[in-house]
Design a protein around this ligand. Structure first.
Ligand code: GUN
Length: 303
């Protein structure tokens, strides 16, 4: 029977640790950490994520602001906002919520953020430092996953870790962090020929593919640790009978529910530890973004 990893509890612990550090930074240096988020357009999921980030800032005592731009914004207009925020001493962390409308040059935008304020860790300088194992700002979902594994005392050294998904945001940085912990890492993606062959071998299986029910019970080794990064919204009309029953309250209240990439009800009994969706990795991402902002503020206050 799989034991649930309680992301809410671990995230609350991390936020408490950050809160204490904020108090200290305010007391010793008169500096209150500040996070700015640029949100372009009206993507409903992005709006929810950004609002969760702001709430997280309120909880730990950071200043925060959201700069909202229309979905017709140009690359130059976004760069102009970044430049203003780069120059502001009260803003220690700055991120641009993804995805961006297609007319905007994402790489130009990400590379315009000052690396020391890049709390998403997506700037090539931070990515490069991660590869080189230098101190840097690490993408929050990836560091959230590793932090969960550490706090649950999962042994990464020598473990077979399989990362399903190769995105810049999650898959690649998570694979690197696991490698830095001395796991034997396999990265699978949409062109992987026999996904099951790889996932069955995983002591630690991490899934960030954005495909509901991708991981079935016959793809998981007995006793595996399963980390589900997927966040898929399933409307009542598309739900199977099992899900309708399991998430009855969500469907009645909202007409939809959130599930991960793992067929949880089937895989949970085979796992030793497993993250739920929601209440698993998602909440850790916000906690680690706050951690990065705290770190950026501390570094900038030292100068
Ligand atoms: N969109 C999905 N995940 C993320 C994230 O971690 N950061 C940003 N900026 N956008 C995202």
């Amino acid at each position: 029977m799989g034991k649930l990893i309680n992301g809410n509890k671990i995230a609350a612990e991390i936020k408490n640790e950050i809160k204490k550090e904020v108090d200290e930074l305010v007391r010793l240096k008169g500096v209150k950490p500040g996070l700015a988020v640029i949100l372009v357009g009206e993507n409903p999921a992005s709006k929810v994520y950004v609002s969760n980030k702001q709430k997280g800032c309120d909880e730990v005592g950071f200043a925060s602001e959201t700069i909202r731009m229309p979905d017709t914004a140009t690359t130059a207009e976004v760069l102009e906002q970044i430049d203003l925020l780069n120059k502001r001493p009260d803003i220690h962390g700055l991120l641009v919520q993804l995805p961006l409308p297609q007319q905007i040059d994402k790489n130009m935008v990400l590379e315009a953020i000052l690396p020391e304020k890049d709390v998403d860790g997506f700037h090539p300088i931070n990515m490069g430092r991660l590869v080189a194992q230098e101190d840097c700002l690490v993408p929050a979902t990836a560091s959230g996953i590793i932090e969960m594994l550490k706090r649950e005392k999962v042994v990464m050294k020598g473990a077979n870790a399989v990362m399903v998904g190769h995105s810049e945001i999650v898959g690649k940085p998570t694979a690197l962090l696991l490698l830095n912990e001395w796991a034997t890492v396999t990265i699978c993606h949409i062109e992987t020929k026999d996904l099951k062959m790889h996932t069955r071998n995983a002591d630690i299986l991490i899934v960030a593919a954005g495909v509901p029910y991708l991981i079935k019970e016959d793809m998981v080794k007995d006793g595996a640790v399963v980390i589900d990064v997927g966040i898929n919204r399933i409307v009542k009309e598309k739900a199977n009978p099992e899900l309708l029953e399991w998430r009855k309250e969500d469907f009645e209240a909202k007409g939809a529910t959130l599930i991960g990439d793992v067929d949880f009800l089937k895989v949970e009994p085979k796992s030793s530890l497993i993250t739920p969706v929601p209440g698993g990795v998602g909440v850790m991402t916000v906690a680690m973004l706050l951690y990065n902002t705290m770190k950026a503020a501390r570094n900038q206050a030292r100068k």
